[in-house]
Ligand binder design. Structure first.
Ligand code: SF4
Length: 697
């Protein structure tokens, strides 16, 4: 039996592990003492490895390229040469007819490395000539990226995951770490054991709420009103750090002009809790010596996601709980390399390293490095991923290159997504499994899985870590970066790399804040946390920057923190007589994303079976005559799905909760495609629905 060092392929906690390999199969996993996990792993890390072995519990792995010669024809196994020549000729024809803006691509944050994503965006920009490249952050933390870049200069966590254990006060808003990032939750439990205060704002009594010092049961869809009310209290009760505001921030007067309308006593009804609870939370956060605010998709997956992130940033700025040790902002990223996808420029307005595509100097630099004319690199930001339904509907996008995503399972309003995918002229899907989306593709390109390639991943807290191949590629699978480079070469822009290290060195050369992150520094359980500049490369003790903005030096153009406020408004689709309940999408600890990986792991698949659950309060269940485990219909204006009732006293009355990973009982058949106007992040946390006992039909 051999041991191979890897980084967990699931969440953004970035846990280090060993994979045990015997006779060409991964047979076990154990934790390693990585910077975030200290030797521990959660359920998914411990039991989520055997999808690599092609268990076929949910869906088979793909081992050969396939093409569909005409719409409606079956997929046909072909050689790599034929598959890539077919893809190149179809893409070329679409670009000749409709221009490069008619092609859209999405990167992969699920086990695909920074190197693969870097090569894909280079193919998009230098070969195809468009900025139409995005990644799954669009549907999770795009709102955090946009809000934080404006307010403090960087869209990432300002603190490290270990900081959560060391701070004096943790304020969680719309974030369920026990389900999303169990190893982060472990840090929070240990902080609590050390005496830190824990304040939890969530409509459900989530695990963290059970151990909280203060639990704020906010009404669904009221985030911005609550955060504004916290800020109001901090100013009203003179708990702010006015010296920090004067010295390090801009925009206080305009910000206060709006926030002064949010006295807790005036928004009790909106937030669904007594004003005194809001005031107590504000006092505890503001008066703590050090404090961190953590948030997740409960904040970002709303039509006011960006505005709420700005409001959260303001909490840190008015209290000075940022720019000093053990204090800051923690938007904890979901998928294992979603931070890395953003780092690598899988973003329609950004090159790798957060360099803007509309900056002529950045364009000149990338054009020179990539050997193309400056005019080849567009100054115009591209389409966002969530623009696809309407852009395809209007004929503006004709081809979609889907790298390791499953939008038919994971994006809101499944019927709309299916119509969109079926009306494309060309759908290319590069994956390891025959997912729902891949089954519709015109071109299927088989790639290596997480255990079959070397790669750098970026954890949620900006830590680059190296994962190494435990197994050789299976069947005819190729490394993702090899596929992109080969296709690019066939389309007239030659790219040749010998290894991921060669690609990573190109990334480091182009991105000053990543320059010190050498493979040597990341070997074993090593890490490198950006920004990490070139002078750190040869210093083994220098792992980069655990906490950003030291001394209040923000990464904004003027070096100041920016206070920006907005008024709360109700969510888009309000409950009514026909659909009286709020449907909110959530995560569960045993499964991940579209379930193609965890659903093919024997131990994890045994945890639950289709159809998925709908969690409902005892009062709402009783009012509808629904018993625990009973099969029910959940319906919305988009459709109806079969689900199993989980009657749960931790669920608030008037709302139900579902996950999107089940093939039967998938909540995205029901969710509404409404997005935040600035980030394009969908309002997955709030649609109107009704639940009915099957016997009533
Ligand atoms: Fe993997 Fe996240 Fe669990 Fe760590 S916490 S083992 S990274 S799923």
């Amino acid at each position: 039996m051999e041991k191979h060092m890897a980084v967990c392929p699931y969440c953004g906690a970035g846990c280090k592990m060993n994979l045990m390999v015997e006779n060409g199969r991964v047979i076990d996993a154990e934790g390693l003492p990585g910077v975030t996990n200290e030797g521990e792993l959660c359920l998914k890390g411990l039991y989520g490895y055997d999808f690599v072995n092609d268990t076929r519990i949910l869906t088979p792995r793909i081992y050969h390229p396939m093409i569909r010669r005409t719409k409606g024809a079956p997929l046909e196994r072909v050689s790599w040469d034929e598959a890539l020549d077919f893809t190149a000729s179809r893409l070329r024809a679409i670009i000749e007819e409709s221009g490069p803006e008619a092609v859209m691509l999405t990167g992969s944050s699920r086990g695909a490395g920074n190197e693969a994503n870097f090569v894909m965006q280079k193919f998009t920009r230098a070969c195809l000539g468009t900025n139409n490249i995005d990644n799954c952050a669009r549907t999770c933390h795009a709102a955090s990226v946009i809000g934080l870049m404006e307010c403090v200069g960087s869209g990432a966590m300002s603190v490290s995951i270990p900081t959560l254990e060391e701070t004096d006060c943790i304020l969680l808003i719309g974030y369920n770490p026990a389900a999303s990032h169990p190893i982060v939750a472990r840090r929070i439990v240990r902080a609590k054991e050390r005496g830190a205060e824990l304040i939890v704002c969530d409509p459900r009594v989530i695990e963290s709420a059970r151990i909280a010092d203060l639990y704020l049961p906010l009404a669904n869809g009221s985030n911005l009103a609550l955060v504004n009310a916290l800020a109001y209290t901090i100013i009203d009760e003179e708990l702010a750090d006015f010296d920090f505001i004067d010295e390090h921030t801009e925009g206080f007067d305009d910000w206060w002009e709006i926030v002064q309308d949010y006295a807790p006593e005036d928004v009790e009804g909106v937030c669904g809790m007594p004003a005194e609870l809001i005031r107590q939370a504000a006092r505890r956060y503001a008066t703590a010596e050090t404090a961190v605010v953590g948030w997740g998709m409960g904040v970002t997956q709303h039509a006011q996601g960006v505005q709420t992130v700005r409001a959260i940033a303001a909490l840190a700025l008015i209290t000075g709980h940022i720019g000093k040790p053990r204090s800051g902002l923690a938007p904890v990223r979901g998928q294992n390399n979603v931070q890395g996808s953003c780092d690598m420029g899988m973003w329609p307005s950004l090159y790798p390293g957060y360099q803007r595509v509309d900056d002529p100097a950045a364009r000149a630099k990338f054009a020179a490095a990539w050997g193309v004319l400056e005019e080849r690199l567009s100054l115009e930001p591209g389409w966002k991923l969530t623009d696809l339904p309407h852009a395809v509907g209007e004929g503006k996008i004709r081809a979609f290159y889907n790298f390791g995503e499953d939008p038919l399972q994971t994006k809101p309003d499944t019927a709309q997504v299916r119509r969109m995918l079926e009306s494309l002229d060309l759908l290319i899907s590069q994956d390891i499994f025959m997912t729902q989306t891949t089954a519709l593709a015109d071109v299927v390109l088989p790639a290596t899985s997480w255990a079959e390639h070397d790669a750098v991943y970026t954890a949620s807290d900006r830590s680059f870590q190296l994962t190494t191949a435990a197994l050789p590629p299976k069947g005819e699978c190729r490394h993702d970066w090899e596929i992109f480079a080969d296709l690019s070469t066939r389309m007239g822009y030659p790219m040749h790399y010998e290894s991921t290290r060669e690609i990573w060195d190109e990334v480091r050369a182009l991105c000053p804040q990543f320059a010190g992150a050498t493979y040597e520094k990341m070997a074993g359980t090593g890490w490198a946390q950006w920004p990490i500049f070139a002078d750190a490369a040869d210093d083994p003790e220098n792992h980069g920057t655990p906490e950003l903005y030291a001394g209040g030096a923000f990464a904004t153009p003027d070096g100041k923190g920016h206070l920006v406020a907005a008024h709360w408004r109700p969510p888009t689709e309000k409950p009514d007589d026909a659909y009286p309940l709020v449907l909110c999408t959530v995560r569960e600890v045993g499964h991940y994303s579209c379930r193609s990986m965890t659903g093919n792991c024997k131990a994890l698949a045994a945890l639950a079976d289709e159809p998925g659950y709908v969690s409902i309060s005892p009062a709402d269940a009783e009012a509808r005559g629904i018993d625990e485990e009973e099969l029910v219909w959940v319906r919305s204006r988009r459709g109806k799905v079969l689900a199993r009732a989980a009657v749960d006293e931790r669920v608030n009355e008037g709302a139900v909760y579902m996950t999107y990973q089940w093939w039967i009982g998938k909540c995205n058949e029901l969710t509404l495609h409404v997005v935040d106007g600035e980030s394009g992040t969908p309002e997955d946390k709030y649609s109107a629905c009704e639940v009915e006992a099957i016997a009533d039909q």
